[in-house]
Design a protein around this ligand. Structure first.
Ligand code: ZN
Ligand code: ZN
Length: 265
């Protein structure tokens, strides 16, 4: 069974955390982007931070990487103060400059814990520089998907081979046909849906997608389920505007998850 937990679903963390997703298939625990409140959200999801072995960072913007120092700090605290054994290696995937920047922040802010953590666990920064699949475990592949954002950005496809489950994450992006091709018949497409389509000019200017555009990509990919994320905080209490707009286009199941909502496959 593969469980997907939406740790965060917004961009600016007011009522919701910024976008961050936990994927847990019982063997691998993978985090896609790190919201600032990641330790609180993992705790509420009954997931120990020391068990996270794979972290994908889509791009350098703060709403996606500022939780990494805390995630690593959590892994350290759990091992040293709570005797949690944890995973033996932590791999951080992303464009080289993104991995370097996020890890530099962690090392700068938490110098001694980071040095100590690296004596307890193998910490690997895995640079992504193209679309080549990365085997992250015996049963799991990560395929980077170049996105269309204001800074170098990758989305990704996470594929568990047995049983076959595919999860595609758009990251922050304008609509991306390459992503639609890779997301063909995905079990779950998690897509940027920053604003409604009447505010498309704002989405264009900030290199994000509207809910309608996310639904068009999901429809062209014939995904099974579409999850709208990276919602602008101005939609607090008006989430249905985005949901209804997407549901007019996409014939599969569309959700706009709240933080900590989960799906199983
Ligand atoms: Zn961004
Ligand atoms: Zn963002």
């Amino acid at each position: 069974m593969t469980k997907v937990v939406f740790l965060g679903t917004n961009t600016y963390p007011r009522d919701r955390e910024s976008t961050s997703i936990l994927i847990d298939n019982g063997e691998e625990k993978i985090v896609l982007d790190c919201c600032g409140g990641i330790l609180k959200q993992l705790d509420r999801s009954s997931c120990n931070p020391a068990e996270i072995g794979h972290v994908f960072l889509s791009h350098v913007h703060g709403d996606h990487i500022l939780g990494l120092p805390w995630l690593l700090m959590g892994s350290f605290i759990m091992r040293t103060q709570y005797n949690v054994r944890g995973v033996s290696s932590i791999s951080i995937y992303g464009a080289k400059e993104v991995c370097d920047a996020a890890f530099k922040i962690a090392q700068t802010c938490f110098a001694k814990p980071m040095d100590a953590l690296q004596k307890m666990v193998r910490l690997r920064l895995v640079a992504i520089d193209g679309e080549n699949q990365i085997r992250i475990s015996d049963n799991c592949l990560l395929q980077p998907i170049p996105a269309k954002h204001s800074t170098p950005t990758f989305g990704c496809k996470i594929l568990f081979e047995k049983p076959s489950v595919s999860i595609v994450y758009s990251a922050d992006t304008r609509p991306n046909e390459a992503l639609a091709a890779i997301a063909q018949e995905a079990d779950l497409l998690i897509h940027d849906a920053y604003v409604e389509d009447s505010r498309k000019e704002f989405a264009l200017r900030t290199y994000h997608s509207t809910a309608k555009e996310a639904a068009e990509i999901a429809e062209s990919a014939r995904a099974r389920t579409l999850a709208l994320v990276h919602i602008s905080e101005e939609y607090h209490g008006k989430e249905n505007v985005l949901l209804e707009e997407a549901r007019k286009i996409f014939k599969g199941r569309t959700i706009l998850p709240h933080d900590l909502e989960s799906l199983t496959f």
